[in-house]
Design a protein around this ligand. Structure first.
Ligand code: MV4
Length: 453
């Protein structure tokens, strides 16, 4: 096992990683920007190094400064968390060249899976279902139109280097497809330095279901079942739960096995997530692979009893997976809600500033992952996630009752947060019956009268 690791992140995930390290008897070194001097991850770490000014490019995204901190602190490994450098294959390569273990997959798997065209081709080769569409890269507008007429409108143009909803265009006819192609290619070129796009059939009403994967350095890959992340707004997940409430065991098994097959074919190790869309007929289609630990990983930790962050560290240090697929069991139902410092009454505008009172809930079945405390000043420079409230109960109905109870206990003031929205969603009939799709929250928030509630 490592003696010391560097945590190249901030906020709740930095706290989560420090806790995992400490449980493994590993020292954790924090890095921080000047905006995070008083942050919880700085106080909890065994040592902390200031790496620069608040803008991410001068601190948490700055590879030379993070590597310098790692050298000064003499760490064995770096955990990137999520966001920032977590899916940067170049950073993983720099770590390797400095003899610092990157706690994540290889740079090669990150490059392969991060390229959506190559990822989709690997999926097809391994019988992982994908949406009908172009075989690979689309060369121009005329080729796009030929394929769109074959598969039928609507279609979606996606940037090969995109992901998480960036660089996509939906087209319902030849004219909007020509425009969408031009826009998507230009946007992909300027945002990612790679203008490659592909097209596929646009699925109009779908759920977002993703499979948690773990792999070790010896070619063993397991899945930790799925999470349902259908409740989202503008590609920001709001609620995540496991198991997916609308899957039967046969479909679940097929989905999870397909995800594990893809990860194995990519030579994947560490934690990863294979994301799918599931249509009304419960057929699933690969969307993309996230080569990092995700915000919503605690849902799966409660479902399976497996500590995913400790597993990432153990795997990176060369340990084998300590369980086989058939030893992994799903128990009960877990739900997570993201508490953001945002104002739902004001288009979810970020609402940074000092939190005078921060009193999280507790009691049976409740977990809180947070870096916040009473008196903490939320800086304006980073994402607005304050806390994750995660519950675990024997059934979905009990989990909803517990998370609703916990949300009513949660006191954050004076900052506006997503707590009132979550209370409303937990009482919503469509959420309770799982009759929702990925556009449900946006449709609900547009409405002024709420017949379904
Ligand atoms: C799609 C789709 C419909 N059809 N692909 C959004 C994020 C990126 N991972 C891919 N995304 C989508 N791909 C096909 N063929 C709809 C979306 C999509 C979406 C997916 C999951 C959760 C929320 C979403 C919101 C809008 C669009």
């Amino acid at each position: 096992m490592f003696s010391r690791i560097l945590v190249a992140n901030r906020g709740e995930i930095a706290v989560r990683i420090i806790r995992a390290a400490h449980e493994l008897g590993v020292e954790a070194v924090a890095v921080y920007s000047t905006a995070d001097r008083d942050a919880a991850h700085v106080r909890m770490a065994d040592a902390a190094i200031c790496i620069g000014a608040p803008p991410p490019g001068e601190s948490y995204l700055n590879i030379p400064r993070i590597i310098s901190a790692a050298e000064v602190a003499n760490v064995d490994a770096i955990h990137p968390g999520y966001g920032f450098l977590a899916e940067n294959a170049h950073f993983a390569e720099v770590c390797r060249s400095c003899n610092i273990e990157f706690i994540g997959p290889s740079a090669e798997s990150m490059n392969l899976l991060g390229d959506k065209v190559r990822c989709k081709q690997l999926a097809i080769k391994n019988k992982v279902p994908v949406a009908p569409g172009s075989k690979g890269k689309i060369e121009g507008e005329d080729e796009a139109i030929k394929i769109a007429r074959e598969i039928g409108y609507p279609v979606i143009v996606k940037a090969s280097a995109g992901g998480g909803g960036r660089g996509m265009r939906v087209a319902h006819n030849d004219i909007s497809l020509r425009n969408g192609m031009r826009q998507a290619m230009a946007e992909a070129q300027s945002a990612f330095g790679d203008g490659t796009v592909y097209i596929e059939k646009f699925l109009e009403s779908a759920r977002h279901v993703e499979v948690q994967i773990l792999g070790d350095h010896y070619g063993h890959v397991v899945h930790l079942f799925e999470r349902d992340c259908t409740m989202q707004r503008r590609h920001q997940k709001l609620i995540e739960e496991a198991p997916c409430p609308v899957l039967d065991n046969d479909r679940r098994d097929a989905l999870c096995k397909a995800a594990a097959r893809l990860a194995k074919a990519a030579g994947y190790y560490s934690a990863g997530t294979v994301e799918f869309l599931m249509d009304k007929r419960k057929k699933f289609y690969l969307m993309e692979v996230n080569t990092r630990v995700q915000v919503e990983h605690p849902v799966t930790e409660l479902l399976t009893g497996i500590d995913i962050v400790k597993m990432q560290i153990r795997i990176a240090s060369g340990e084998r997976l300590p369980f086989s697929q058939k030893q992994i069991k799903a128990n009960g139902h877990a739900i997570e809600v993201r508490i953001n410092a945002e104002d739902p009454a004001n288009k979810f505008r970020p609402a940074p500033g000092r939190i005078a009172q921060f009193d999280p809930p507790g009691g049976p079945g409740v977990r809180i992952d947070t870096h916040c405390y009473s008196g903490y000043e939320v800086p304006p420079n980073y994402d607005s996630l304050l806390a994750k409230l995660i519950v675990h109960q024997p059934t979905r109905e009990e989990a909803i009752a517990t998370i609703h109870r916990a949300l009513t206990e949660f006191r954050v003031s004076p900052n506006p947060t997503t707590i009132p929205l979550h209370i409303r969603l937990m009482l919503n009939g469509n959420f309770r019956r799982s009759t929702v799709d990925i556009h449900f929250v946006e449709r609900l928030l547009e409405q002024h009268t709420l017949p379904s509630e």
